[in-house]
Design a protein. Structure first.
Length: 543
């Protein structure tokens, strides 16, 4: 028996008006979706560009939501914070501070600003939070929003500004004191001149002459104070370099603790320089004061000066250096040294490692400015526990004929393909020294630490005719490396180099190992070639 299915009802055709309405609705929906996507995109861009991090908290201090890309301003990863309370991660004092502020804002419905310090993923930072109430449509407020911003650098700048104002005030005070001292010294000078006209005994004349000399010295000191306080530049005149060192050494020896031994070393007749005596004294005295502060228990302060021709190779290694004859002033101490992480910052204005009240952080930065204004440059070398050496390079004022003579005297015969091993952890020094020596006819192997040096020496000990090694290198120090090399090959020739100005602490060990000379870094082309030529000369004579 067949069952007849009822026919399907025919679809009623859609009217044009309905179709048009449907199309319009679809277009509106797509436009709304597009607008939503654009809005979300703008919101994401806004959040990603925020300097702040936004937090949503309930009244119990629970992390509800976190917006922003500054993950390093969070105390813990975002996923660990959401759903947890402030008290779960921070001390009672910090949690109490936040909870009190959150509940105050919830009650008052007024925005508050909270400044605080906290350990976050970036480290210990000074932060500022702007707490605003989130009011629901029914008028309740059980949540708040906190916008947190890092104000660490801002606080540093504020502190620097206050220090700068204090320094300016000191300068104003110094000017007033200097003027008063001038008023006191003037009658002394005039009175001594009047007394000298009278018929006095030889002893009385000597006393008056001493009074006049001391008053004149006081006048010079007052003039220096005024020049420093006003920031004015004095006359640039020819200056004997040796006098600068001797003057500063007298000041240090007469004013520093007797536990500090002051030494001076002057090289060959020094070239003259042109500069402002007051400013250059200021630079060297400040370096000596820093050296004194680095030796609280006493030590050795060494002041040196020597002629230093800067060639193109050396100038390429030193920022701000220009080829030409210079005089190098060295201030070396046997103190605590400077940690590596501070070396790049020591010339920054207001950077200081001294306690509050013991330094402004302006000494080295102002000193560098003075040296640059004289056309010179500075460098520093330091090891923690072994002291520091600051070098000031100032252009020498010598005639062209003297320069030609200096360059002519420094001509060394071309090498005959001797194989050298250079050991230094400063890549720039290795690269430039290798290029220079290969251009002069040497063959060169380089090593960045003691382990690499020993590996190369073990393979090619019979070929290597000389090793030039820094005394401060990774894995083992230079002295230990030299001892090991001597055990591997007793007659190996070695030249040691060091960034310190004084080698007293290494001299005994180097003498025992028959290592001569000790090159002081940074060395220029002439000094390097001279040391190599002298060390290899016996070998060349035998060959």
């Amino acid at each position: 028996m067949h069952t007849l299915s009822s026919p399907r009802p025919k679809a009623r055709p859609i009217s044009r008006r309905a179709a048009s309405a449907l199309i319009d609705a679809t277009v509106v929906q797509r436009q709304a979706e597009e607008n939503l996507r654009e809005s979300e995109s703008r919101l994401r861009a806004l959040v990603s560009s925020m300097e702040d991090v936004a937090f949503e908290f309930d009244l119990e201090g629970t992390y509800i939501a976190i917006w922003g890309t500054k993950e390093n301003l969070l105390s813990h990863p975002r996923a660990e914070l959401i759903g947890q309370k402030i008290s779960d991660f921070h001390s009672g004092e910090v949690a109490k501070l936040f909870l009190q502020a959150i509940r105050r804002v919830s009650r008052s419905r007024k925005t508050e600003t909270l400044s605080y310090a906290m350990n976050v993923q970036q480290g210990h930072r000074d932060l500022q939070g702007r707490i605003s109430p989130i009011v629901q449509t029914n008028g309740t407020c059980d949540r708040v929003c906190i916008l947190v911003r890092d104000i660490t650098e801002q606080k540093k700048l504020e502190a620097q500004f206050l220090r700068a104002q204090r320094v300016e005030s000191i300068g104003t005070l110094a000017s007033g004191v200097a003027h008063d001292l001038n008023n006191i010294l003037s009658p002394i000078l005039m009175g001594s001149a009047i007394l000298q006209r009278r018929d006095l005994s030889a002893a009385d004349q000597r006393i008056i002459a001493t009074i006049e000399t001391c008053a004149n010295r006081g006048t010079d000191i007052v003039r220096q104070v005024l020049t420093f306080a006003r920031g004015a530049e004095g006359d640039r005149i020819p200056l004997p370099a040796a006098s600068l060192i001797n003057d500063v050494a007298k000041i240090a020896d007469g004013t520093f603790s007797k536990k500090i031994l002051v030494r001076t070393r002057l090289g060959e007749p020094l070239w003259p320089i042109v500069g402002d005596s007051t400013q250059l004294h200021q630079v060297l005295v400040n370096l000596c004061v820093n050296a004194r502060d680095a030796m609280p228990a006493g030590g050795i302060l060494t002041l040196e000066a020597e002629n230093f021709p800067v060639d193109e190779h050396y100038a390429s290694m030193m920022p701000g250096a220009k080829p030409g004859p210079h005089v190098c002033f060295e201030v070396t101490d046997s103190g605590t040294g400077i940690p590596p992480q501070h070396l790049e910052k020591i010339f920054d204005p207001f950077f200081t490692t001294k306690e509050v009240g013991h330094g402004t952080g302006l000494g080295l930065s102002s000193g560098l400015g003075i040296v640059k204004s004289h056309g010179g440059f500075m460098s520093v070398y330091s090891e923690v526990g072994r002291g520091s050496t600051f070098r000031v390079y100032l252009p020498a004022s010598i005639s062209e004929s003297d320069t030609v003579k200096e360059n002519a005297d420094a001509v060394f015969p071309r090498a005959k393909g001797e194989l050298l091993l250079l050991v230094d952890d400063e890549k720039a020094i290795l690269e430039i020294a290798q290029t220079l020596l290969e251009a002069h006819g040497y063959r060169v192997l380089v090593a960045g630490d003691a382990a690499e040096a020993l590996a190369l020496f073990a393979k090619r000990a019979d070929e290597i005719q000389l090793v030039l090694t820094d005394l401060s290198i990774p894995v083992m120090d230079g002295i230990a490396l030299i001892r090991t090399l001597k055990k591997m090959k007793a007659d190996v020739r070695v030249i040691a180099s060091t960034g310190r100005g004084a080698q007293e602490q290494h001299s005994r060990e180097l003498d025992e190992l028959s290592v001569h000379p000790c090159l002081t870094k940074p060395y220029n082309k002439n000094r390097l070639l001279k040391a190599l030529h002298e060390a290899l000369q016996p070998t060349r004579k035998q060959s």
